[in-house]
Design a protein around this ligand. Structure first.
Ligand code: SAM
Length: 295
């Protein structure tokens, strides 16, 4: 468990990095500065998928920072209210808006001011008045409870120090019966220290990633049901970079085993109002009698 102080300094580091990245283009981010180590030859777009063919794609909002296509899996419907966590320059928010339409509402949340500024400029240029970008922390979202039909997020939660709190907040802001689809970076197996180092150097955002099992467990513990991994993709790190850090047997293990860094897209549902009531009653019934503190 990270201390409050460490969490806050990690967040400051993330804000600083994404403040720099906000000023850069997709191409610049392909050889850019990110991650705890500062500037390097890192390709920050290594995990990104191709958005260019998606309806609603806005080139100015695409900084190459995602690691999946959550809007493709999020079952967004016309008229939905969608929240995009860590919205960056608005890449997923604008794609979500093209599905939710005029009657929908999109709220992007980000704690890097330059990203919010950039996203707002993009929305302004497009003349959208139902896409709003709010400055705020995912661990304490600037949104009232039970407002979202759908939450999406792309390659962000790995950066959040208190993931338990982030999932609890997601649960709070989703309407009963609503759902989420988030793409993120997770680990499978213990990475050799060298690989972790190379991955950090190369792709920046592996440092905060946790084991996939732990990630899924946190989501379930937050109260989400029907949690499923909709897509899983192993992140390919070029062999010339791997060979600097891994010996022959480690290289063999990495290439042939499940061990590695993955992009996953995960789906989960907040139970409906009736089910929430039923769960609360069940909890009360199994409560330990005289000890009222557990209820
Ligand atoms: C890897 S970028 C992804 C941006 C966007 N989702 C995309 O795909 O283009 C991560 C974004 O999450 C934001 N972020 C990270 N931690 C956050 C937090 N705790 N609260 C709000 N935003 C956060 C960063 O400022 C940054 O804009």
């Amino acid at each position: 468990m990270k201390t409050q102080e460490t969490s806050e300094s990690l967040k400051e580091l993330v804000k600083e990095k994404y403040g720099q990245i906000a000023d850069q283009s997709y191409t610049e981010n392909a050889t850019s500065c990110c991650g705890a180590g500062g500037c390097s030859t890192m390709d920050y777009t290594i995990m990104a998928e191709d958005y260019t063919q998606l309806k609603g794609y806005v080139a100015d909002a695409d900084l190459g920072l995602g690691c999946g296509l959550p809007t493709e899996f999020a079952l967004i419907k016309e008229g939905d209210t969608v929240i995009d966590l860590g919205s960056g320059a608005g890449n997923d928010a604008f794609v979500a808006r093209s599905i939710a339409g005029e009657k929908g509402k999109i709220i992007g949340i980000d704690f890097t001011e330059k990203m919010i500024d950039k996203a707002r400029v993009n929305a302004e240029k497009l003349g959208f008045n139902n896409v709003e970008f709010r400055f705020g922390d995912i661990e304490k979202m600037p949104v009232t409870a039970n407002v979202a039909d759908v939450v999406v997020s792309n390659c962000v939660l790995n950066l959040v120090p208190n993931k338990k709190q982030a999932f609890a907040e997601m649960f709070r802001v989703i309407k009963p019966g609503g759902h989420f689809s988030v793409s993120d970076i997770v680990l499978q197996g213990e990475l050799p220290a060298g690989l972790q180092k190379s991955a950090e150097m190369y792709a920046g955002c592996v440092a905060g990633a946790i084991q996939q099992d732990e990630y899924i467990q946190l989501i379930q513990d937050a109260g989400f049901e029907n949690v499923t991994v909709q897509k899983e993709r192993k992140i390919t790190i070029p062999e010339d970079i791997l060979s600097v850090y891994l010996n022959d047997s480690e290289m063999e293990k990495y290439k042939n085993g499940a061990l590695g860094i993955y992009s996953i897209t995960v789906y989960g549902e907040k139970p409906g109002a009736e089910r929430i009531k039923q769960l609360a009653e069940e909890r009360k019934a199994t409560c330990c009698g005289s000890d009222s503190t557990c209820c």
